[in-house]
Design a protein around this ligand. Structure first.
Ligand SMILES: NC(=O)C1=CN([C@@H]2O[C@H](COP(=O)(O)OP(=O)(O)OC[C@H]3O[C@@H](n4cnc5c(N)ncnc54)[C@H](O)[C@@H]3O)[C@@H](O)[C@H]2O)C=CC1
Ligand SMILES: CC(C)CCC[C@@H](C)[C@H]1CC[C@H]2[C@@H]3[C@H](O)CC4=CC(=O)CC[C@]4(C)[C@H]3CC[C@]12C
Length: 415
């Protein structure tokens, strides 16, 4: 590496750096950001694989911490140039309470009802939101509590830490879920960042991501310590797949238990947007790199994460990896009628509620996951290419091969 590049000595922080996406972002930064001199990895749970990174030329600092603790976040952020905030509670199965999801993903404001939904978490109510646009001024998510009333946790902590310690660049991992699918099951077909879509959420996870994204975008332009403006932007991956994808692993094991078969539940015509984890990581690295030079263009913007992965139903897409590992998908049409799936999903939700005092019952199928899996949501955009020159680093063939290899590794390691 050229001395001049190294001389710039950039310090990066990746929150959630030990998660599925976070680990790929960390590895990508080490491979593809020549100006890096220190990489801080902040996570609730640190992985043993971090040790192998500590022998390279970049100083790797692992920090066990909790984003809901303002002082821990501030200590980790102090002295960094760029923060990539991927940490989050990704829970659509009802494992965590709505309050916990909100606290980790957004801020410590336990009494917020999200996005015009009847999903009441507490006393306050927020009106409906309109999403599907790239510009901050169009966001209509209702009124935030006044800042002096905000306790600190979650994404709010990360923003405040940047402001207080003088870190100028913040990249936030948002989600397609910020847009949809909405509770009405409207399809979003080949949409882009400007496609109008009625984003109405009921579930705590998309609500929390939508609120957090708004906080991040609204923070763009705030003066950080030293007087420079904070530059923020948000990346919205669709369903991420690739090495380390827990749900893929679960489907694989379920298929093995069922004698090498999975049973089609969702019509093949329902398309679901997917993106390879390596390309999502690459987009994060590129955004972080370009934010300084293109602050006026990129600050306060949202970008869908996309690549050349084909548009398919959730199950058909998974079979691209599971078929070469010996599984087959039974049925060209769903085996169970949709009304029965709706009934089973509702039954699961009821059982979860009844059993809660005794045990955690969190199956894959619930009314929310059924609605998401059963609604077409695909993106088609080139905004990232136009704004910061993004091209997928991994072709579809490459992404597929890497994922298959990983699933096959899961198989051999579990034997
Ligand atoms: N998995 C997916 O398909 C998609 C994920 N995303 C977003 O990408 C981000 C990363 O998601 P994944 O890697 O899939 O999830 P993950 O669960 O594998 O990673 C999240 C990481 O955040 C850490 N974390 C959780 N709570 C924390 C806390 N209080 N303090 C510090 N660290 C904490 C976890 O320990 C974990 O390592 C999340 O923000 C998620 O909302 C967005 C779109 C799709
Ligand atoms: C037979 C069942 C009906 C099939 C259930 C599949 C579901 C578990 C998954 C279908 C769609 C997934 C979600 C989607 O990819 C979008 C997501 C974005 C995120 O930010 C987090 C994860 C997720 C909500 C993802 C979760 C699993 C599905 C609901």
């Amino acid at each position: 590496m050229a001395d001049s590049a190294r001389a710039q000595k950039l310090v990066y922080l990746v929150t959630g750096g030990c998660g599925f996406l976070g680990e790929h972002v960390v590895r990508m930064l080490l491979q593809r950001e020549p100006r890096l001199c220190e990489l801080r990895i902040f996570d609730l749970h640190l992985g043993p694989w971090l040790d192998e990174l500590k022998t390279g030329p970049v100083r790797v600092t692992a920090i066990q911490g909790d984003v809901t603790q303002a002082h821990e976040v501030a200590a980790a952020v102090a002295g960094t140039h760029v923060v990539i905030h991927t940490a989050g509670l990704v829970d659509v199965f009802g494992k965590a309470s709505p309050e916990t999801i909100h606290e980790v993903n957004v801020q410590g404001w336990p009494s917020v009802t999200c996005c015009g939904s009847p999903w009441t978490w507490g006393r306050k109510h927020m009106p409906s939101s309109t999403f599907g646009m790239g510009r901050r001024k169009k966001l209509q998510l209702g009124h935030s509590p006044p800042p002096h009333l905000l306790p600190s946790p979650g994404t709010q902590n990360v923003i405040e830490a940047c402001v207080q310690t003088g870190t100028q660049f913040l990249v936030y991992t948002s989600s397609m879920e910020v847009v949809g699918p909405n509770v009405k099951g409207h399809p979003f077909y080949r949409g882009n960042e400007d496609t109008p879509y009625e984003a109405v959420h009921r579930h705590p996870y998309p609500c929390s991501k939508a609120l957090a994204e708004r906080l991040v975008l609204e923070a763009n332009g705030r003066k950080v310590r030293g007087g420079l403006p904070l530059v923020t932007c948000a990346l919205r991956p669709t369903g991420i797949y690739g090495e380390g994808h827990q749900i893929m692993r679960d489907f694989y094991h379920q298929g093995l238990r069922l004698g090498g078969r999975l049973f089609r539940a969702i019509p093949a015509s329902v398309e679901h947007g997917r993106v390879y984890v390596g390309n999502v990581a690459w987009m994060h690295v590129l955004v972080a790199r370009e934010l300084e030079q293109r602050a006026a263009l990129m600050g306060g913007q949202v970008y869908f994460c996309y690549d050349k992965s084909p548009y398919k139903s959730y199950e058909d897409f998974n079979m691209e990896f599971l078929r070469p590992c010996g599984l087959r998908l039974v049925g060209t049409r769903p085996l169970l009628p949709y009304w029965l799936l709706v009934f089973l999903a509702a039954l699961n939700a009821l059982l979860q509620w009844l059993l809660r005092p005794l045990l955690l019952y969190a199956p894959l199928l619930n009314p929310y996951t059924l609605a998401v899996a059963n609604t077409t949501f695909t993106v088609s955009t080139n905004k990232a290419q136009r704004h910061f020159g993004y091209e997928p680093l991994f072709s579809w063939e490459d992404s597929r091969t890497r994922t298959i290899r990983w699933v096959q590794g899961v198989e051999s390691s579990s034997q």
